[in-house]
Design a protein around this ligand. Structure first.
Ligand code: NOJ
Length: 709
């Protein structure tokens, strides 16, 4: 693990002492849209950064947002944060990070602007596809593994966006009012883990305000918590134009200012900072601290002096990286429903297959905002199915509904300080013609006993930086089409490609539902393999799928998507912490995911050994196929004297078992983490004196329960 050593810090201090004020100023602000300045005289290069979490972004001009249109910046498109979380497999999160780190290094980058680890507070947040989960423990586990993977390549990961950036609407100015308890239990722990357990070398300060304070000016967030409490000694970079004032950001632990305009000398940390230092308004020692932190990271990354010769080399757009992206994609797909064992499709029995839906024939790497990727390739579901089934099955494709073809405007980011705009206009007559054609075909296939597969969902017109969705419905008239398909061909298999949950008003009629996040360059292959049973699905939902948006606590109790100010009145009751505790029915619960086999649980013991709580249990694969399950350990904290969620995820294990195999699994959790809660009464963390223990395959599907002694 790359860490900042005392030697790195000493060298950084030494170098800082030799720098002029101009050189120091250069190091703490942008000299290009994705690089800060260096000091050539002393062999300090500029620090090159790039988006983003799903692959290294295409090469842009230094001072404008247009691409260079190279052929040498194609990269591996990696599964999104939601997909990585959905694997519940730390090794795969690490693998994702490793690929990204190698690619970033291969592309000559020093910092990759990811992972995105904000908590999914509402299903409407436009960037949920980048984020991992509604749960801080799952986010932290996958985020830490990802960070460690990235940083193996002498590249810094950047945990973003610190903090509470859980909505896109008015993201530059919105003030998020959030209780100390929710901050400490939900919105900060993944950042805490990124620092303490992941050793993350950089953190990005968010655009928004938290409780009236700009994130990039907040002494509490940047100094008291991040540095003093968590011990962070890497650097904090602002989100692009999140610095709003010179002195206020200069006096706290915000180290590097980046933005979206090319007037680099006019940035707050450029000439204005120099003037402020010269006028005695900002202490030069405050600037020195920033420079030391940047140089410490540079030295840890082997960027300074002779160490450069030992810096790791990277590689990108390789077959090996694509194969790893496929491994992740395979485990990220969630089988939501499979009544009557409709899936998997029997590839040997079928001679033809009808595929309906725009997402069957779409790629998604080319949109989303700053997470956009210039992918070397991306396999669509239709290509994946054709590739897998070869010439033996005739695959007929009909569109069924018209979706907007997303193709992100090249210079999108120039206007990224405005809320993104969308359009979803439908020509009803045209929609009806497409629907009728698809339904007639489906009827014909069903009558002949041939399979019908619908592949719909969302795209980056809806899962998009800079804009939140306004409802949770499927766009482009898909609900109407699905209803009609299920009437005409009741065995229609429904597959969705999307980055956030949708309402499913037809769910009771549907027999088989498969959920595929934006899962990288091999997404279509993974989906085909799951549908055909070549891969046994093992993804589990990293977030609750509510029945309706109106049930969501952020909307029902708090406010969301407003300009100016939003109130997190639901406190810690976000996602399952709300639905499970208040017994509000959901569409699919947090942690849910089916398999083509089934698993049995028995023989639980709970022990306290030293500082750990160890939960041990047996899992048996009771079916006829090899498979993987996600054993989830929840605690219900008791004896706190304060209202608490009924269950909270504290640990998990991904368990692979051959047919008939059983294994004893142990999930060990540090007691100081598992029993920790934020006490409203004392205004500090405390440990719960007692706790119930639950083991299950989702927050609702509890198989074993006991107590922490
Ligand atoms: C703004 C986004 O919020 C952030 O995630 C990204 O890294 C920067 N722009 C740079 O593109």
């Amino acid at each position: 693990m790359t860490v900042i050593t005392e030697a790195n810090k000493a060298k950084a201090k030494d170098l800082t002492a030799k720098l002029t004020l101009d050189e120091k100023i250069a190091i703490v602000h942008a000299a290009g849209l994705f690089r800060s300045g260096g000091a050539e005289r002393l062999g300090i290069p500029s620090l090159k950064m790039d988006d983003g979490p799903m692959g290294v972004r295409a090469e842009l001009h230094n001072d404008n947002w247009m691409p260079l249109y190279n052929t040498r910046d194609y990269v591996t498109y990696l599964p999104s944060g939601s997909a990585v979380a959905s694997t519940w497999n730390r090794e795969l999160a690490k693998k994702t990070g490793e690929v990204l780190g190698e690619e970033a290094r291969g592309r000559g980058k020093d910092v990759i602007l990811g992972p995105s680890i904000n908590i999914k507070r509402s299903p409407l947040c436009g960037r949920n596809f980048e984020y991992m989960s509604e749960d801080p423990v799952l986010t932290a586990a996958q985020g830490v593994a990802y960070i460690k993977g990235v940083q193996e390549s002498d590249v810094a990961a950047c945990a973003k966006h610190y903090a509470v950036n859980s909505q896109e609407t008015d993201r530059l100015d919105v003030d998020e009012t959030v209780s100390e308890r929710a901050l400490r239990e939900l919105y900060l722990p993944a950042f805490e883990a990124a620092v303490r357990d992941g050793g993350v070398l950089s953190v990005m300060g968010a655009y928004n305000l938290v409780n009236g304070e700009q994130c990039c000016e907040s002494r509490k967030l940047l100094d008291d918590i991040l540095r003093d409490e968590y011990g962070f000694d890497g650097f904090v970079v602002s989100d692009w134009s999140a610095v709003k004032r010179t002195k206020e950001s200069a006096e706290v632990g915000l180290d590097v200012e980046m933005s979206v305009t090319p007037n680099f000398d006019e940035y707050y940390f450029a000439q204005p900072l120099k003037k402020a230092v010269e006028a005695g308004e900002v202490k030069e020692s405050d600037v020195d601290k920033k420079v030391v932190r940047v140089l410490s990271v540079m030295d840890a990354l082997h960027m300074l002096g002779d160490a450069r010769k030992t810096r790791k080399t990277g590689s990108y757009a390789t077959l090996d990286h694509a194969a790893k992206a496929l491994d992740v994609a395979r485990e990220s797909i969630v089988l939501l429903k499979n009544d009557g064992g409709l899936l998997p499709l029997d590839e040997h029995a079928m001679t033809r297959l009808l595929v309906i839906g725009a997402n069957a024939d779409r790629i998604h790497s080319n949109g989303g905002g700053s997470a956009v990727i210039k992918a070397l390739h991306e396999v669509s579901p239709l290509l994946g199915l054709n590739g897998a089934l070869g010439g033996n099955v005739e695959i007929e494709y009909v569109l069924g509904y018209d979706a907007k073809q997303v193709n992100q405007d090249e210079s999108w980011q120039e206007e990224s300080l405005e809320n993104s705009k969308g359009s979803d206009t439908q020509d009803e007559e045209h929609a009806k013609a497409l629907r009728d054609e698809a339904v007639a075909k489906a009827r014909e296939y069903a009558a002949a006993g041939d399979p019908v597969l619908f592949i719909g969902g969302l795209d980056h017109e809806h899962d998009l930086e800079g804009r939140d969705r306004t409802d949770m419905r499927l766009p482009y008239g898909q609900d109407k089409l699905i209803e009609a398909l299920l009437d005409a061909a009741p065995n229609t298999i429904l597959a969705f490609v999307a980055g956030s949950p949708v309402e499913m008003p037809w769910v009771d009629k549907a027999k088989a539902i498969v959920w595929n996040w934006y899962a990288g360059c091999e997404s279509g292959i993974a989906l085909a393999e799951v549908l055909l049973g070549r891969v046994n699905p093992s993804g589990h939902l990293p977030e609750t799928f509510p029945v309706a948006l109106a049930d969501e606590p952020a909307h029902r109790i708090g406010t969301f998507g407003l300009k100016g100010h939003v109130d997190y009145k639901e406190d810690i009751y976000v996602g399952y912490r709300y639905f499970d505790t208040k017994q509000v029915p959901v569409l699919f619960p947090f942690g849910h995911g089916l398999s083509y086999t089934s698993f049995e649980y028995s023989d639980m013991t709970v022990r306290r050994v030293d500082d750990e709580i160890r939960v041990s249990f047996a899992v048996r694969n009771a079916g006829e196929r090899a498979g993987k399950t996600v054993a989830q350990v929840y605690l219900g904290l008791e004896g706190t004297g304060e209202d608490r969620p009924a269950k909270e995820l504290k640990g998990f294990a991904k368990v692979a078992l051959e047919a008939g195999e059983s294994r004893q699994v142990e999930v060990a959790m540090p007691a100081a983490k598992a029993l920790r809660y934020w006490s409203n009464a004392s205004g500090a963390y405390a440990l719960a004196p007692q706790a119930k223990v639950y083991v299950g395959e989702s927050v609702e599907d509890i198989r074993l329960s006991g107590r922490v002694a």
